[in-house]
Write a protein that binds this ligand. Structure first.
Ligand code: UD1
Ligand code: CA
Length: 452
């Protein structure tokens, strides 16, 4: 059966106290609305309608995509009014209604809900709550047949005692929706056109309202303020942590671990506390990541080790290689198998061959460094003249003395050596020692200045 999805995202979100529209606030590095859109896509609907209002231009700009149709609701007159704005664009047999500020809703739950929809039946997602204050209540008869939803503000004391709350998520037969929405009135406590009133209409029309339960409250929680946003974030991270642990990762503390993107993991991976994984990160078997590391868009091959406080962005670590503590690997860094990068070393657009080493305090940019080459402490590639970037190419088994300045463009052949403290400005042929520094003078009997 065909499916249209409507995502309501027009509300203001006053309690966020933010210039950013509420639905653009991030959970796990992605806007709440972005999460909902990605979940909607997994259901392969024939259309996705996003109803926007407050901050409409910012929302449209941020999320524009070929498969989304943005519908403007210029005045927020209620959830029923919001859905009505999308009606002209609908044609599928089923319509599913989601919310841009309810980001953790799961595909599997929505699939269950959609299975309930038929020509004479709709599906309503409800949740049992300890404290249902603020939620619409599900009113059932003594046979537990759903009769209506009553909003908190319109509910009698007896109805307020009902703990089954309306999540707002609803799947209905498309044909009947226009008729119901056309009959909504706003004579209620909030003066709004309530989407929830379609339930009683459907019942009056002889339809069955089938309910499904959300897995837990967090799955259907909307973020109205920054505290709720933080709760959603933690819950998302807990879910992500649990998934990775199920795949064979040891997390020293799942409560101190954050994923902001897509992570692929192998087995027997060890991740210490306060690690943040961003973008697309691929972690192969037996990788170890020390505490306080940020790893973005990177690939860590089998057995690689990232030691404490390292920052990786766009890096690839070869099998058995290691970096850190305090390594900074910037985009275009490729470490060969068993290569070693030590503390306070920065690499950018640089390849370190198999078994090559840069142990301490270096900047290596726009460089290709051969296998087993050793970069002494304090070595700097001078790759930038203030206008253009130049490349440093080193062969295999090179030995760069400590504190060498390598002024690019530069080629160093296999097995070359540079003397410590050298400024190397010219290419060095293979098997050669290059020394580029002033010769030492010893001045005998030199008197230190004295204080006047
Ligand atoms: C709604 C439900 C309530 C349910 C609760 C769950 C109605 C009438 N009530 O109440 O039964 O328990 O959600 O959280 O539907 N929106 C628009 N345009 C509008 C009004 C709302 O886009 O004109 C969007 C808001 O941005 C928000 C969502 O719809 O994302 C819900 O609106 P809100 O006014 O917060 O409804 P609730 O009072 O929470
Ligand atoms: Ca709400």
């Amino acid at each position: 059966m065909s499916l249209d999805i409507i995502i309501l995202a027009a509300g203001q979100g006053t309690r966020m106290r933010s210039a950013l529209p509420k639905v653009l606030h991030p959970v796990a590095g992605k806007s709440m609305l972005g999460h909902v859109i990605d979940t909607a896509r997994q259901l392969q609907p024939q259309s996705i309608q996003v109803v926007i209002g407050h901050g409409a231009e910012a929302v449209r700009e941020r999320l524009a995509a070929d498969d989304l149709n943005f519908v403007l609701q210029s005045e927020q007159l209620g959830t029923g009014h919001a859905v009505a704005q999308a009606l002209p664009a609908l044609s599928a047999e089923r319509v599913l209604i989601l919310y841009g500020d309810v980001p953790l809703i799961e595909v599997e739950t929505l699939q269950r809900l959609l299975q309930q929809v038929g020509p004479r039946q709709l599906g309503l997602l409800t949740v049992d709550l300890l404290d249902p204050t603020g939620y619409g209540r599900i009113v059932r008869d003594d046979q537990a047949v759903v009769l209506a939803i009553v909003e908190h503000k319109d509910a009698t004391p007896a109805q307020r005692a009902i703990c089954e709350g309306n999540t707002g998520i609803l799947a209905v037969p498309g044909k009947l929706l226009a008729d119901w929405l056309g009959r909504l009135s706003n004579s209620n406590a909030q003066g709004e056109y309530y989407l929830t009133d379609v339930i009683a209409m459907a019942v009056a029309d002889g339809l069955v309202v089938a309910t499904e339960q959300a897995n837990d409250e967090m799955e259907v929680l909307g973020a109205n303020d920054r505290m709720q946003l933080a709760q959603l974030e933690r819950h998302y991270q807990y879910r992500a942590a649990r998934r990775l642990m199920a795949q064979g990762v040891t997390l020293r503390d799942p409560a101190r671990f954050d994923v902001r993107g897509e992570v692929t993991v192998g087995r027997d991976v060890l991740i210490d506390v306060n690690v943040i994984l961003e973008g697309r990160v691929i972690i192969e078997d037996n990788v170890q990541i020390g505490p306080n590391c940020v790893i973005k868009d990177s690939i860590l091959r089998q057995g690689a080790q990232v030691k404490a406080n390292s920052h990786l962005d766009g890096a690839e670590l070869g099998a058995g290689s290691d970096c850190g503590p305090f390594a900074r690997l910037r985009p275009g860094t490729v470490l060969g198998a068993k290569a070693h990068v030590g503390n306070f070393v920065e690499l950018k657009n640089a390849q370190l061959g198999d078994g090559a080493k840069a142990g301490h305090l270096s900047y290596l940019g726009d460089a290709v460094i051969g296998a087993r080459t050793n970069i002494g402490a304090g070595t700097i590639t001078c790759n930038y003249d203030g206008a253009n970037k130049f490349k440093t190419v080193m062969g295999e088994d090179v030995f760069i003395g400590s504190n060498s300045s390598l002024v690019a463009p530069l080629m160093l052949g296999d097995k070359t050596t540079t003397g410590a403290g050298s400024v190397i400005t010219a290419d060095v042929p293979a098997n050669t020692l290059a020394v580029g520094r002033a010769k030492q003078r010893n001045i005998e009997g030199w008197k230190r200045p004295t204080k006047k």
